[in-house]
Design a protein around this ligand. Structure first.
Ligand code: ATP
Ligand code: MG
Length: 638
C-alpha cells in the first residue's frame, strides 16, 4: 500500500512513459501522418461548415439586396492597393486577400434574391460535410490501426520478455499481477493509443483552428472567454488527479484480487484440508471491499467531473449571450458574425471538455505504461553468449568448479563451494535430506539459474558459452511435479512436435509404462488433459513426463524425485524403463528412496548446500558417514 504522502508527491502525469509509448506508435509513420493530415482536413471542413452560417444568418430575413460580409473602408483600401500590385506587409497582404474573398462573395450573392442566396449556401454545406465524414472515417482508420498495431507489438514484446525472464521472476507469487499487466494494463494503454488518440488529435485541431477564427471575428470576446476558461479548468484539473488515482488504485486492486483468486484456486486442496475457508474469506472480503471503494470512487469522479465542467460552461454561455445582444444592438457585430461566433464556441466546448477526459486517460495510461515498461526493462538474469557454442552432449566431463549459489532475495547460500567432476556416460545419484540443495544443484545445469560464485564447465568450456536453446533441448528433465498442458496426451508427450510418427509416441509411452492407462481412456492419445479434460494421478503424470524424456532422447537426463509419486509396483516398472534409458547417457538422479540409488555409478551426498561424501554405494556404506545413516534409517523404517 502506498502512503498518502507518496500519492501527494507523485506528479499528475508522467511524460516519459507516454513518450516511450509514442515510439511504438511512430513505427507506423505513414498511418500516423496520414491520420494527422486527415484530422486537419476534418477540422478545417468543420470550420467551413460552421462559418457558412455567418452569411446565411446575415441573409436571413433580408428582403432587399443581401450583403454576405460587411467590408470596412480601411479593409477595402488595403484590398485596392493590393490589387494595384503594391507590396504590403504580410498581415495586410493576408487581410487584403480575405477582403478579396469577401468582396467576391458579396458580388456573387448580389445577383441573387435572398432566398436564392440562402439556398445555394445551404447546398454548399453538403459536399463540405461529405468531405468531413470521409476525412473522419479515414483518419479513424489510419490512427486507429497504427494504435492497435502498436498494442499488438507491445503485447508481443511483453510475452517475449516473460519467456526470457529468469525463473526467480515468476516464483514470487506474482501470477495475478503479471497477468493483469499483460492483459488489463495493455488494454488500458491500447484505448489511449488507438481511438481515443485519434479523438484527441482531431479535438486538438478543432480547438486550434476554431480559436483562430473566433479571434478573427472578435478577439475582445475571445479574450474575455479565455479569461474565464481557467476557472473552468481548475475544478476539472482537480478531478483529473482524483480520477487518475482512483483508476490506478482500481487496477492495483483488480490485480490483487486476481492474485488472490488464483491462489485460492491453486491452493484449494490445502484450504479445504485445513478448513481455511473462514480465514481466506476474511482476506478476500478485505480485498473486495478495497476494490469496491476504489471502483466506486473512480466511477463517481468520472461522472461528476464532466458535470461540473458543464455547469461552468453554461454560466459562460449565458454571460456571453447577454454581451452579444448588447454588441449587436450597438452595431459592433453583425448578426451572422455573432451567431457564427456562438456556434463555433458551442462547438469547441465539447472538444475542450474532452481534453479533460483525455488528460485523465493519459494519466491512467502513463501509470499503466510505467508498469508495462517495468516488465520490459526487467533484465533477464540468464544471458546467452554472443557467439554461443553448439551443445551436442557431454563428451568428457561436467565439472562444478567452486560453485556457490544464492537465490535472489535469500539470506544464505543454497549451494556452498561445490567442487565435483562428473564423467560423461555415468549415472550419478544425488541424495541428502530435504533442503540440502539437490534440486538447486541440478537446476544449474540447464541454466535455470546461473551460479553466483564459481563456474560450471562442460568438457572444459564454461556452461555460459553454450547456446541456451541447445542446452535446454539436450538436457531432459523429469521432476516430481509434472506440468501438463491443456492439450491432448499426444501433444503433451510430443510437446507439440507434429513431425513425430505415431509409432514412436506409442513406443515411448510403452517404455514409460504409460501406454496401458492411456489406451484405456475413451479417446486414447487424443484425450485432453487439464481443466477441461481428464485428470491424471501423480504417478500417471510422472509416466507422461518420462515418456516425454524417452521420446526426446536427450544425451543428458535429470530425474528429480521422478518416481516419488509411484506405488511400488509401478515404480519397479518405471525404474526398468529408466534403466533402459540410462545407457550411453549422462544421468543425474535425485532420489529419496535409496533403493533406486544403489545401482548408480556414483553417489553424491549433499548436506546444507555442500557435497559431503562421494563414492559408490558400497564404499559409502563402508565409510559409515551420512549416507550410511540415511540408508539405515530407511531400512529400519521399511
Ligand atoms: N526459489 C527459491 N527461493 C529462495 N530459496 C529457495 C528457493 N528454492 C529453494 N530455496 C532454498 O534453497 C535451499 C535448497 O533447496 P532445494 O530445493 O535445492 O533442496 P532439495 O535438496 O531439493 O530439497 P527436497 O529434497 O525437499 O526437494 C533450501 O534451503 C530452500 O529453502
Ligand atoms: Mg528438491
Amino acid at each position: 500500500m502506498q502512503s498518502v504522502e507518496e500519492k501527494r508527491t507523485r506528479p499528475p502525469l508522467r511524460a516519459a512513459p507516454l513518450l516511450r509509448l509514442g515510439k511504438f506508435v511512430l513505427k507506423y509513420k505513414f498511418r500516423i501522418f496520414a491520420g494527422l493530415f486527415l484530422s486537419l482536413v476534418v477540422s478545417i471542413t468543420n470550420l467551413f461548415s460552421l462559418t457558412i452560417f455567418i452569411p446565411i444568418f446575415n441573409a436571413l430575413g433580408e428582403t432587399e439586396k443581401v450583403e454576405l460580409f460587411p467590408v470596412g473602408a480601411s479593409e477595402l483600401n488595403k484590398y485596392e492597393r493590393y490589387q494595384q500590385g503594391e507590396e504590403l506587409p504580410i498581415f495586410d497582404a493576408i487581410n487584403a486577400r480575405w477582403t478579396g474573398f469577401k468582396v467576391y462573395s458579396n458580388d456573387w450573392v448580389a445577383e441573387k434574391t435572398p432566398r436564392e442566396a440562402i439556398f445555394s449556401l445551404c447546398l454548399l454545406v453538403l459536399p463540405i460535410y461529405f468531405l468531413k465524414v470521409l476525412g473522419l472515417t479515414l483518419s479513424l482508420y489510419f490512427i486507429g490501426t497504427a494504435g492497435t498495431y502498436a498494442i499488438r507489438d507491445i503485447r508481443n514484446r511483453l510475452y517475449n520478455k516473460l519467456n526470457q525472464l529468469g525463473l526467480d521472476y515468476f516464483e514470487q507469487g506474482r501470477t495475478g499481477i503479471i497477468m493483469s499487466r499483460v492483459i488489463n494494463d495493455v488494454q488500458l494503454v491500447g484505448r489511449s493509443l488507438s481511438i481515443e488518440f485519434q479523438e484527441a488529435v482531431v479535438n486538438l485541431f478543432y480547438i486550434v483552428t476554431h480559436l483562430i477564427i473566433l479571434a478573427l471575428i472578435s478577439w475582445e470576446m475571445l479574450l474575455a472567454i479565455l479569461l474565464v476558461v481557467p476557472i473552468l479548468i481548475a475544478p476539472v484539473n482537480k478531478f483529473a488527479v482524483k480520477i487518475r488515482r482512483a483508476a490506478m488504485g482500481q487496477q492495483e486492486r483488480l490485480a490483487e484480487m486476481g492474485g488472490h483468486v488464483q491462489e485460492i484456486i491453486s491452493g484449494i486442496r490445502v484450504i479445504r484440508a485445513f478448513s481455511m475457508e473462514k480465514f481466506e474469506q476474511m482476506r478476500f472480503n478485505i480485498i473486495n471491499h478495497r476494490l469496491f471503494k476504489n471502483t466506486f470512487k473512480g466511477h463517481y469522479y468520472h461522472q461528476v467531473g464532466p458535470a461540473i465542467t458543464e455547469f461552468v460552461a453554461t454560466l459562460v454561455v449565458v454571460l456571453f449571450l447577454g454581451w452579444g445582444a448588447y454588441e449587436i444592438s450597438n452595431g459592433e457585430l453583425s448578426r451572422g458574425m455573432f451567431f457564427g461566433f456562438f456556434f463555433i464556441l458551442i462547438f469547441i466546448m465539447r472538444p475542450m471538455k474532452q481534453v479533460s477526459v483525455m488528460v485523465n486517460l493519459l494519466g491512467a495510461s502513463s501509470a499503466a505504461a510505467e508498469r508495462i515498461f517495468e516488465i520490459l526493462d526487467e533484465k533477464p538474469r540468464i544471458i546467452e553468449a554472443n557467439n554461443p557454442l553448439r551443445f551436442g552432449g557431454v563428451r568428457d566431463t561436467i565439472q562444478f568448479d567452486d560453485v556457490s549459489f544464492r537465490y535472489p532475495g535469500s539470506e544464505y547460500d543454497a549451494l556452498r563451494n561445490v567442487n565435483v567432476t562428473v564423467e560423461a556416460g555415468q549415472t550419478i545419484s544425488i541424495v541428502g535430506s530435504s533442503g540440502a540443495g539437490k534440486s538447486t544443484f541440478i537446476d544449474l545445469l540447464p541454466r535455470f539459474y546461473d551460479p553466483t560464485g564459481g563456474r560450471i564447465l562442460i568438457d572444459g568450456k564454461d556452461l555460459k558459452s553454450f547456446s541456451l536453446n541447445d542446452l535446454r533441448e539436450r538436457i531432459g528433465i523429469v521432476t516430481q511435479s509434472v506440468f501438463l498442458f491443456n492439450a491432448t496426451l499426444r501433444d503433451n508427450i510430443t510437446l507439440g512436435r507434429v513431425d513425430i510418427p505415431e509409432e514412436e509416441v506409442v513406443r515411448a509411452a510403452r517404455a514409460a509404462h504409460a501406454h496401458k492407462f492411456i489406451s484405456a481412456l475413451h479417446d486414447g492419445y487424443d484425450t485432453v488433459v487439464g481443466e477441461r479434460g481428464v485428470m491424471l494421478s501423480g504417478g500417471q503424470r510422472q509416466r507422461i513426463a518420462i515418456a516425454r524424456a524417452i521420446l526426446h532422447n536427450p544425451p543428458v537426463l535429470i530425474f528429480d524425485e521422478a518416481t516419488s509419486a509411484l506405488d511400488n509396483e509401478s515404480e519397479k516398472m518405471v525404474q526398468e524403463a529408466i534403466n533402459t534409458l540410462l545407457r550411453g547417457r549422462t544421468v543425474f538422479i535425485v532420489a529419496h528412496r535409496l533403493s533406486t540409488v544403489t545401482r548408480s555409478d556414483r553417489i553424491l551426498v549433499m548436506d546444507q548446500g555442500q557435497i559431503v561424501e562421494t563414492g559408490d554405494h558400497r564404499s559409502l556404506l563402508e565409510k559409515g558417514g551420512i549416507y550410511r545413516k540415511l540408508y539405515e534409517m530407511q531400512f529400519t523404517i521399511s
